[in-house]
Ligand binder design. Structure first.
Ligand code: PBG
Length: 327
C-alpha cells in the first residue's frame, strides 16, 4: 500500500533512532544536590529520599569523588544546621567557619576542578524557617532587610570558594543586590544561577525533612510563585536577566516543563531545571514497589527535561543517572 509518509521508517532500528534523536543527556548536564551535617563518618539516611543521606564532610568528599569519576561537574550543597545555631536573624548563614563554609572549602580543596554551587536563602539558618527575615509583629517576610543578609551569605560562600551562587529565596531585587556585592568584593567571576521561577510547591516536602527547615508558621506563598501562573515566570526571569543572572532556573521540574519551554524560547541565557525532592521520592516509592522500572524512568525523566529546553538539571538522580550513562 502506498502511504507517502511513514514516520515509523525513522524508528525502525537503533541506528536510525540514534541518528535522528533530538535531545541528548550527558553526565555534564547534571548537578548533584547533597545534604551536609556535622561529624565524622556520618551517613544519616533521609527517610523520604531512599538512597540519599545527610553526609558529614569526609563522606561528602567521597561522594563528590564518585560523582567526579562519573563525569558530573557540579555539586550543590545544603547544610543541615543544628537548631541551637538558628536565630531570627539567621546569622549562621554568613559564618565563615560554619558548616556550609567548611563543606565548600573541603570540596574545593579535594577536587579543585569540581564546581560547587551554594544555596542562598535563610531557611536552613532561621529559627522561623523562612527564606527571609520575619517581622516579629505580624509574621510578614521582609524583603529589603533580607537583601543585605543574602549579600553577606553570598560573599561568605564566595570566600569559601563556591563557583556558583544559587539564590533560592525569591526576594525582589536579590540578584542585582548580590551581583553588586560580589563585584565589590572582587568576585566578578562567581556565577549566579538564579532560582528565577520558583513555585510555592508541595514537592519540597522531603527536602524540608532532610534539613528540618519547614516554616514554623504560615507558608511561602508571599514570596514563592503561584503554581497556576506561567506569564509571571517570564517576568521574574526577565528581571533576573536584567540584574545580571548567568543561568535561569525553573523549580520544581516535571510539573513545570511548560515553564522551562517558555523560558528557553524567550531567553538566550542557559536554562536550568530543578528535579526536586518530591519528584525523586515519587519515583523511588513506585520503583521500590516494583510498579515502575527505576533505571528507565530516571533516564526518560531526565531526557524529557532536556527535550523541554533544560540545559542543566539539578537532580537527586545525578549519580545513578551518570552511572547508567557511562555504563
Ligand atoms: C530553600 C530551598 C528549598 C529547596 C531548595 N532550596 C525548599 C524550600 O523552598 O522550602 C527545595 C529543593 C527540593 O525540594 O529538592 N530555599
Amino acid at each position: 500500500m502506498l502511504i507517502m509518509n511513514r514516520p515509523r521508517r525513522n524508528r525502525q532500528t537503533d541506528a536510525i533512532r540514534s541518528m535522528v534523536r533530538e535531545a541528548h543527556l550527558l553526565p555534564e548536564h547534571l548537578i548533584a544536590p547533597l545534604f551536609v551535617i556535622e561529624g565524622k563518618n556520618q551517613r544519616v539516611p533521609i527517610k523520604s529520599m531512599p538512597g540519599h543521606s545527610r553526609l558529614s564532610i569526609d563522606q561528602l568528599i567521597l561522594e563528590a569523588r564518585e560523582l567526579d569519576a562519573l563525569g558530573v561537574k557540579c555539586v550543590s550543597l545544603f547544610p543541615a544546621i543544628d537548631d541551637k545555631l538558628k536565630n531570627d536573624k539567621a546569622t549562621e548563614a554568613y559564618n565563615p567557619d560554619g558548616l556550609n563554609s567548611r563543606a565548600i572549602r573541603a570540596v574545593k580543596e579535594a577536587l579543585p576542578h569540581m564546581m560547587v554551587m551554594g544555596d542562598i536563602a535563610l531557611d536552613p539558618y532561621s529559627s522561623d524557617g523562612h527564606d527571609g527575615l520575619v517581622d516579629p509583629k505580624n509574621g510578614e517576610v521582609l524583603n529589603d532587610p533580607t537583601l543585605d543578609v543574602l549579600a553577606k551569605q553570598a560573599i561568605c560562600e564566595a570566600r569559601a570558594g563556591v563557583d556558583i551562587i544559587g539564590p533560592s529565596d525569591m526576594m525582589d531585587g536579590r540578584v542585582g543586590h548580590i551581583r553588586r556585592a560580589l563585584d565589590q568584593e572582587g568576585f566578578e567571576r562567581t556565577l549566579i544561577m538564579s532560582y528565577s521561577a520558583k513555585y510555592a510547591s508541595a514537592f519540597y516536602g522531603p527536602f524540608r525533612e532532610a534539613l528540618d527547615s519547614a516554616p514554623k508558621k504560615g507558608d511561602k506563598k508571599t514570596y514563592q510563585m503561584d503554581p497556576a501562573n506561567g506569564s509571571e515566570a517570564l517576568r521574574e526571569a526577565a528581571l533576573d536577566e536584567a540584574e545580571g543572572a548567568d543561568i535561569l532556573m525553573v523549580k520544581p521540574g516535571l510539573p513545570y516543563l511548560d515553564i522551562i519551554w517558555r523560558l528557553k524560547q524567550e531567553f538566550t541565557l542557559p536554562i536550568a531545571a530543578y528535579n526536586v525532592s518530591g519528584e525523586y521520592a515519587m519515583v523511588k516509592a513506585a520503583a521500590q514497589n516494583g510498579w515502575i522500572d527505576n533505571d528507565k524512568v530516571i533516564l526518560e525523566t531526565l531526557t524529557c527535561f532536556r527535550r523541554a529546553g533544560a540545559d542543566v538539571i539539578l537532580t537527586y538522580f545525578a549519580k545513578e543517572a551518570a552511572g547508567l550513562l557511562t555504563k
